[in-house]
Design a binder for this molecule. Structure first.
Ligand SMILES: *[C@@H]1O[C@H](CO)[C@@H](O)[C@H](O)[C@H]1NC(C)=O
Ligand SMILES: *[C@@H]1O[C@H](CO)[C@@H](O)[C@H](O)[C@H]1NC(C)=O
Length: 549
C-alpha cells in the first residue's frame, strides 16, 4: 500500500470511530500504532531516580549522594563533604542535573545533603519544594526556583522537617500548602510551610502503623487530593478518606482484593483518573501491579516471583464502594502510571518478576501499556513498542510539555555498577512518543495559537487554535494536567481536570475559538501551574503552561 492509501484508511477508521454512536467504546485506540522510543542521551552522568518538570520546560533530575562518584563532574563548584558517607567522604561529582527540553541539553546542579528516596511538590508559584531523604538529608527541605538564566540551583534548609522523611509522599493542598505523609517508621504527617521553621509539628496517623507489615509495604503511600478536599491515602492493601484538617478518618474502603500489597517495596502504582467537570464528579482511583506479599523474602533467597498483573478501580463516592479488578496483559512491578493528555493512562517501566530493592527483580518489561479508562471492559489495554533498555528499581517517567514521556534511571545496585551485573546502572535518558504523536494524525492535531496565561477559578476564558481538518464541536475538550514529582513508581500531585465548556466557534479558515471555564474550586485543582492541552478527535495539542488561581 502507498503512504496515501495507509493515510486514507486511517482517516476512514478515525471517521468511523468518531461518528459511530459507541465512539468512546472503540479499541484498539490507536489503529495498531505502537508509539516510538528515542534515545536522548546515552549518559546524563547520573541515574534518574527522581524527576520533576518545571514551568520553564526544564526537568529537575537527581539520584542520591551516598553511593560513590557519578559520571559527571561538578566542574569546580562546591564539593560535598560528609564524614558519615561510607563510600566517598569528599564527592566532587554531581548528583542532580537540570534538563532542558527545548535544547536537549543539561547542566549540573549542586546538592549538599542526601536526597535518596525523597519526595516533592510544586508550590503555587512553580517553586519545587523537595523534602527529606536519607542520613544527613532526612530532615532537609530543599527549594529550587525555576529560572531562565543559568544560575538557579538547590537551596537547602537543614533540620527543617519535624520528622525524618525517608520514603514519604507529598501532595499540594487547596490552600497552597504541601502535606508530607509518612516515611520509614513515621506514622504521621506534617505540612510545608510548617508552624515555624524549627518547631514545625507533626500529626499522628495510626493507619500507617497498622499497614506496616514485615517488609513495610506502607512506604511512599499513594496520596490523591479528592474533590471534597479530603485526602485519599492507600497503604499496603488498605485505603481511607482522610480529613487532614481534623486528623480524622472519614471512611475506610474494603482492602484491594488479592491480599498483595501495592506500595513500596511491593511497588505498584496509582492514579486518580481524570476528573471531568462536564458531568457530576465521581472520583475514581486506579492502582496497577506490584509484587506479591512474599516476593521480598523470596527475592532475598534468589527466587523471583511473578508480579501482580491486576489493576483495581475504586469509585470512592459510592455508597458501597467495591474494587473492580481487571487484568493487564502482563504482570508488572515498579511500573509508573502517568495520565496522558488524551485522558488515557500509560503504564511504563518495571519488571515481570521480583520486587523493588537491591538486585530483587528480573525480566524487565520494556513495553508500555496504554489504558483507555472509558473503553469496553476486556479491551482497554494497548501494548506499545519495546524500549531496548531495562528500567527497573530507581527508574522514572514524567509527561513532557509536548506530550512525550521522559524516561530515565534504573539502578538496582547500592553503587554505580556498570559491569559485572545483570542490569547495569543506567545513566541514559529516553523519550517515548505515544501513538497520538504519530504523523498520521497531523491533520487532526490542534495547535493552540493563543490563550490566557492565568485562568481563575470558575471564570470563562477562551483559546484560539488551528487544525487542518476540524471534525466537530463535540470532539473538542480542554484539560489541564498537574506536573508530577515522580520517584519509586509513584507520581505525586498528578491530576487531570477536563474543564467545563468547550463551545467551539469558527473564526477564520482553519482557525477556531473554544470557550471554557476555569476549574470550579481549588479542591478540584489546587492553585499552581498546569499544562493545558486541547484535545480534538482524540489527538492532543502540545501543552501550554497556565497558572490556575
Ligand atoms: C560516562 O561519561 C562519558 C562521557 O563523559 C561517557 O563516554 C561514558 O559512556 C559514560 N559512562 C557510562 C557508564 O554511561
Ligand atoms: C558495585 O560497585 C561497588 C563499588 O565500585 C563494588 O564494591 C561492588 O562489588 C559492585 N557490585 C557488584 C554487584 O558488582
Amino acid at each position: 500500500m502507498s503512504t496515501e492509501m495507509v493515510l486514507f484508511f486511517l482517516l476512514l477508521l478515525l471517521f468511523i470511530i468518531h461518528f459511530s454512536p459507541a465512539a468512546c467504546q472503540m479499541l484498539p485506540a490507536y489503529a495498531h500504532i505502537e508509539g516510538e522510543w528515542h534515545l536522548l542521551h546515552r549518559s546524563i552522568g547520573i541515574s534518574a531516580m527522581h524527576m520533576q518538570l518545571l514551568k520553564n520546560n526544564k526537568v529537575v533530575i537527581f539520584d542520591r549522594t551516598d553511593f560513590g562518584p557519578s559520571n559527571i563532574s561538578l566542574s569546580g563548584r562546591r564539593c560535598r563533604f560528609d564524614p558519615n558517607d561510607r563510600v566517598l567522604k569528599k564527592d566532587c561529582t554531581a548528583h542532580s542535573i537540570l534538563y532542558d527540553i527545548r535544547t536537549n541539553g543539561f547542566r549540573t546542579l549542586t546538592v549538599q545533603t542526601d536526597t535518596w528516596c525523597s519526595s516533592g511538590a510544586l508550590l503555587p508559584d512553580g517553586t519545587l519544594v523537595q523534602t527529606g531523604g536519607y542520613n544527613d538529608g532526612d530532615h532537609v527541605i530543599r527549594i529550587l526556583v525555576p529560572c531562565n538564566g543559568g544560575n538557579c540551583d538547590w537551596v537547602e534548609f537543614p533540620r527543617s522537617l519535624s520528622r525524618r522523611r525517608w520514603y514519604a509522599s507529598n501532595q499540594i493542598l487547596p490552600d497552597g500548602r504541601v502535606i508530607i505523609v509518612g516515611g520509614r517508621a513515621q506514622f504521621n504527617y506534617e505540612f510545608y510551610p510548617g508552624h515555624s521553621p524549627s518547631s514545625s509539628k507533626s500529626f499522628r496517623l495510626n493507619f500507617l502503623r497498622e499497614t506496616k507489615d514485615g517488609h513495610e509495604n506502607n512506604l511512599y503511600p499513594f496520596l490523591h487530593l479528592l474533590p471534597d478536599g479530603n485526602l485519599f491515602v492507600f497503604a499496603n492493601t488498605r485505603s481511607i478518606v482522610f480529613n487532614y484538617k481534623r486528623n480524622q478518618i472519614v471512611r475506610e474502603f474494603p482492602a484491594i482484593p488479592g491480599a498483595d500489597p501495592r506500595n513500596y517495596p511491593s511497588s505498584g502504582s496509582s492514579v486518580l483518573l481524570p476528573i471531568d467537570e462536564n458531568a457530576p464528579v465521581v472520583p475514581e482511583i486506579m492502582i496497577c501491579g506490584g509484587a506479591t506479599r512474599n516476593a521480598f523474602e523470596l527475592a532475598n533467597r534468589g527466587v523471583f516471583q511473578r508480579a501482580c498483573s491486576t489493576c483495581g478501580r475504586l469509585k470512592i463516592t459510592k455508597e458501597e464502594p467495591a474494587w473492580k479488578i481487571e487484568n493487564m496483559p502482563m504482570p508488572r512491578v515498579m511500573s509508573d502510571m502517568l495520565i496522558l493528555p488524551d485522558g488515557y493512562v500509560i503504564i511504563i517501566n518495571g519488571a515481570r518478576s521480583g520486587t523493588a530493592g537491591w538486585e530483587y527483580a528480573k525480566n524487565p518489561v520494556t513495553r508500555p501499556l496504554i489504558y483507555n479508562p472509558n473503553g469496553k471492559a476486556g479491551v482497554r489495554f494497548s501494548i506499545m513498542a519495546a524500549s531496548s533498555r531495562p528500567r527497573l528499581y530507581h527508574s522514572t517517567a514524567v509527561l513532557l510539555t509536548d506530550g512525550r514521556i521522559l524516561v530515565g534511571g534504573s539502578n538496582p545496585h547500592k553503587y554505580y555498577n556498570f559491569t559485572g551485573v545483570d542490569y547495569p546502572t543506567d545513566l541514559s535518558l529516553e523519550s517515548f512518543s505515544p501513538p497520538y504523536l504519530s504523523p498520521v494524525y497531523d491533520r487532526l492535531r490542534p495547535r493552540i495559537i493563543r490563550t490566557y496565561e492565568i485562568i481563575r477559578y470558575k471564570n470563562a476564558f477562551s483559546l484560539t487554535f488551528t487544525v487542518q481538518r476540524f471534525v466537530k464541536t463535540s470532539a473538542v475538550s480542554v484539560r489541564i494536567v498537574a506536573p508530577s514529582f515522580n520517584t519509586h513508581s509513584f507520581s505525586m500531585n498528578q491530576r487531570m481536570v477536563v474543564l467545563k465548556g468547550a463551545r467551539v466557534s469558527r473564526v477564520g479558515p482553519n482557525v477556531y475559538r473554544v470557550a471554557a471555564s476555569g476549574p470550579s474550586k481549588p479542591e478540584i485543582a489546587p492553585p499552581g501551574y498546569y499544562l493545558l492541552f486541547l484535545l480534538h478527535a482524540g489527538i492532543p495539542s502540545s501543552g501550554m503552561w497556565v497558572k490556575i488561581q
